[in-house]
Design a protein around this ligand. Sequence first.
Ligand SMILES: [Zn+2]
Length: 132
Amino acid sequence: MKEWHEKPARKKFVSEQVGRLKKLFFLDGWTIHINYFKDNQGEAAAKMTTEWNYRRATLSIYPRFWDESEDEQKDILVHEFCHVLVAQPFLIIDNLREGYAFSENQIEDIHEHVTSWIAQIILNKSRQNIKL
Ligand SMILES: [Zn+2]
């Protein structure tokens, strides 16, 4: 999959949205890499991969993304950021599938952390009326 130099106006749009979403999702200390691709990969318009331990995520943008309306593009980016939210629980699920064990405390910590995180996002959004 070849990376590609996207048009500056498109890059500006995505990086502005990513900046807002980082704030909305309390990801200020995180690094979000944005990769643009010349060719589509399956049905996806975008994809997010999360490296939890490094507080780092990579957002891939495929050409299909630009076929959508601006509102739809914003919705897609919210969806992709939600993947960061659920990355930790899915890290547990994926590891369990590979036979790795977690203690009850570890699972409870992650459960509580993700729940508080979601609550913060909802409360913050309603209080500050962050525009997407
Ligand atoms: Zn998805």
